[in-house]
Design a protein around this ligand. Structure first.
Ligand code: C5P
Length: 303
């Protein structure tokens, strides 16, 4: 039985501008994604026994991850079967290192890993003309970025991704909050907060892209912005207190990651990361603290 192992990163949004609600139920976005060094490892084995996808999830917090059709990785296996014209008789073993339901796109990452793995298993030379980014977009707004990695601009509902030029490495501290926030609920809350307002089309702040290009952490820290943050804080007020700890303990910028509830803090270097991590842990306001760097590559086959 052939097996492929893929390592896939978490993401943070350096900038997340949310435009109006579209007729299809999604919001028009202008965002800058960065892939961070928190990884899931996904092993995909082709059994060819006619029994369809089988999923096993282990690792950190894996007890809350669905193990059947409700898991985006399962859906990715079925879709990959269709586009590569194969039976999706795949055993998918996911080792979670990305925080679950945290606003760091862990579910999307696993789906991207399954696409990368099936492409390697079923079309290693890339002759089948399957456009993986396009297939990924059919699974979810964040899935194409998990394939691409690095730093990238996202438009449309987030699924249209273009790599951004960058230099240097940024240091991050992630505070994992108690509880979870469902992405659709956060979008709905944002719509309620903005009721009666005319919401302009979203755009990416050029200061974010300039800071990424020059590797200027102080400038990036000052430019971090997330329209979803007000909604996440309205649903979970403790996030405001958590974010306030950043500047008190040397962070260059503090932001809710995606739809939350993880808070992401940009710091100058590893020493600053350690100092802030200690302060966040001691605050008792979060359940765990992780350190990471970015940008890192997207879903990659591990030899
Ligand atoms: O694309 P994905 O499946 O990750 O989206 C989950 C949900 O988040 C959507 O059903 C929608 O309610 C909301 N969403 C949105 N606008 C986006 C992306 C997601 O409203 N651009």
């Amino acid at each position: 039985m052939a097996s492929v192992r893929v390592r896939v990163p978490a993401k943070v949004n350096l900038s997340l501008a949310v435009g109006p609600l579209r007729p299809d139920g999604f919001h028009e976005l202008a965002t800058v994604y960065q892939a961070l060094s928190l990884y899931d490892e996904v092993e995909v084995t082709d059994r060819s026994d006619g029994r369809g996808p089988v999923l096993a999830v282990g690792g950190r917090e894996s007890d809350t991850v669905p193990s059947g059709e409700g898991n985006l990785a399962w859906q990715a296996a079925v879709l990959a079967g269709k586009v590569f014209a194969r039976e999706p008789d795949l055993t998918i073993s996911i080792d979670k290192g990305i925080p679950v339901a945290a606003g760091m796109a862990g579910g999307s990452a696993d789906a991207a890993a399954v696409l990368r793995a099936t492409s390697q298993l079923w079309d290693p030379e890339g002759t089948g003309d399957v456009e993986l980014l396009e297939v990924a977009a059919r699974l979810g707004s964040d899935v194409p970025f998990a394939l691409l990695g690095g730093t990238a601009v996202g438009s449309g509902r987030g699924e249209v991704v273009t790599s951004a030029m960058g230099s240097g490495t940024f240091h991050w501290v992630l505070a994992l909050s108690e509880g979870q926030l469902a992405t659709p609920t956060v979008y709905r809350t944002l719509d309620e907060l903005r009721e009666g307002e005319v919401v302009p089309p979203p755009h990416v702040d050029p200061a974010v892209l300039l800071a990424v290009r020059t590797g200027d952490a102080a400038a990036l820290g000052a430019a971090l912005a997330n329209d979803m943050q007000a909604a996440a804080v309205a649903l979970m007020p403790v996030l405001e207190m958590l974010l306030d700890l950043g500047p008190e303990h040397g962070a260059l910028g503090s932001i809710v990651s995606g739809s939350g509830p993880t808070c992401a803090f940009l710091v100058a270097d590893e020493d600053a990361a350690l100092e802030l991590a200690v302060a966040l842990s001691a605050s008792g306001l979060c359940r765990a603290v992780r350190r990471a760097v970015g940008p890192v590559p997207g879903a990659t086959v591990v030899e």
